[in-house]
Design a protein around this ligand. Structure first.
Ligand code: G3I
Length: 369
């Protein structure tokens, strides 16, 4: 057996062993739905050995938390910064993990040069269409065949189901959705294409997303499904949440749980979903676990995550991926949103990279289903 064959056998065997390790999330959920995490640039380029092993063995797919966003990849007109995204794609290929693309068209955190010229004049409709198509063609085209699915348009609906008045909608009009999805499909005909949003348990938002998918499909767009971000809280209505999964499945949509996390901290002023524009000054009284999560609160979180995964397993025929929005609690955006400087515990692995108690329960559940 020559060296190449031998190496390929080693990689294959190690990959098979990863999926066969049923004491990991990746192994336990193999065959049900992909289980993944969002990774940051430190985890992409220079993870600690313990973090590298956790990411490789626990997840069968990864997504960039930030490094595939326009603000990173396209810092100035005609300038492209693919360094971090390239490394992530290479990492996924090495570890036989699927790589997912997030996100192509979003109103938040756009490249600073988007939507206006250097003299301050706003893009015309034709210019906005040109720049959006150019962005999508360059990004999706670069990773053709290596990204399993793209979040093509992100967070374009308001909670009441109306279209969010983003610069894309203002400048181009409602056909920006169709232009975006058709540009993504042209750049990589094999990639699955999704609409992605938060608070999808809200009935009005659920209905609007389904109508949006139907309109786009009627216009000849490939829309494989909807990403339910799932930045959930203890007050998230899980009956409505499950209704959304069922309604999407009934509409012929694949469902991805794209940004799963469960904050244990109190909201400053009611549930803000994941509307990143909401920001509140630090209040000590709203940071109750800065020295560690209480046993009662951990038990509460464990129970809620188990309820979530009971729902996912009931709908495994429609759900193709469940993705945590981060690897360990220390990495989570929720430590600084909606209030900077807090200590949250929203993810599956703690600050010492140890699995939360619910992880063991989820693995047991997966084996029993
Ligand atoms: O990389 C720069 C660094 O060079 C600079 O020193 C630092 C301070 O300005 O900023 C760093 O960039 C930050 C980036 O995260 C990486 O840490 C951006 O300012 C910050 O805005 C960005 O926040 C991300 C946010 O999206 C906005 O893009 C969060 O990490 C990320 O978790 C969050 O994720 C979003 C999803 O993409 C869409 N759904 C909601 C979700 C939560 O808001």
């Amino acid at each position: 057996m020559n060296k190449l064959t031998s190496a390929l056998c080693c990689v294959t065997l190690s990959t098979l062993s990863l999926s066969a390790q049923t004491n990991t999330l990746r192994g336990a959920f193999a065959g049900k739905f992909s289980i993944g995490a969002a990774v940051n640039v430190t985890q992409v380029h220079s993870p600690s050995p313990a973090m590298e092993k956790l990411i490789r063995t626990q997840f069968d797919c990864l997504v960039a938390e930030n490094c595939m966003k326009g603000e990173v990849i396209s810092p100035a007109e005609g300038q492209w910064n693919f360094r971090d995204a390239d490394r992530l794609v290479e990492l996924c290929q090495k570890n036989k993990q699927d790589c997912y693309g997030h996100c192509l068209v979003w109103h938040s955190q756009p490249p600073t040069w988007f939507f206006h010229h250097s003299d301050g004049t706003r893009w015309t409709r034709d210019e906005a269409i040109h720049y959006m198509r150019n962005h999508i063609q360059n990004v999706v085209g670069r990773y053709k065949g290596r990204i399993k699915a793209w979040d093509v348009v992100n967070e374009a609906l308001n909670d009441n189901g109306t279209l969010r008045l983003t610069p894309w909608l203002e400048i181009i009009g409602e056909d920006y959705f169709e232009i975006a999805f058709k540009a993504a499909h042209a750049a990589d005909p094999e990639a699955q294409l999704f609409y992605n949003d938060f608070s999808m348990h809200l009935p009005a938002k659920r209905d609007a997303a389904i109508q949006l998918v139907k309109r786009l499909r009627a216009k000849g767009c490939r829309v494989d499904g909807v990403g339910m971000q799932s930045h959930v809280s203890f007050d998230t209505d899980l009956v409505e949440y499950e209704k959304t999964i069922q309604a999407l499945a009934d509409a012929g949509c694949k469902v991805m749980i794209t940004e799963l996390d469960l904050s244990v901290l109190p909201w400053p002023e009611g549930n803000q979903g994941a509307n990143i524009d909401a920001n509140f000054a630090y209040q000590e009284s709203l940071n109750p676990f800065k020295n560690g999560i209480s046993k009662d609160m951990q038990r509460k979180q464990d129970a809620f995550y188990e309820r979530l995964f009971d729902i996912y397993l009931r709908h495994a025929d429609a759900i193709t991926r469940v993705n945590f929005w981060g690897v360990s609690d220390a990495d989570s955006w929720k430590n600084d949103w909606p209030m900077p400087g807090r200590t949250d515990y929203p993810l599956a692995f703690d600050r010492k990279l140890q699995p939360k108690p619910f992880v063991k329960a989820l693995i047991k559940k997966a084996k029993m289903n």
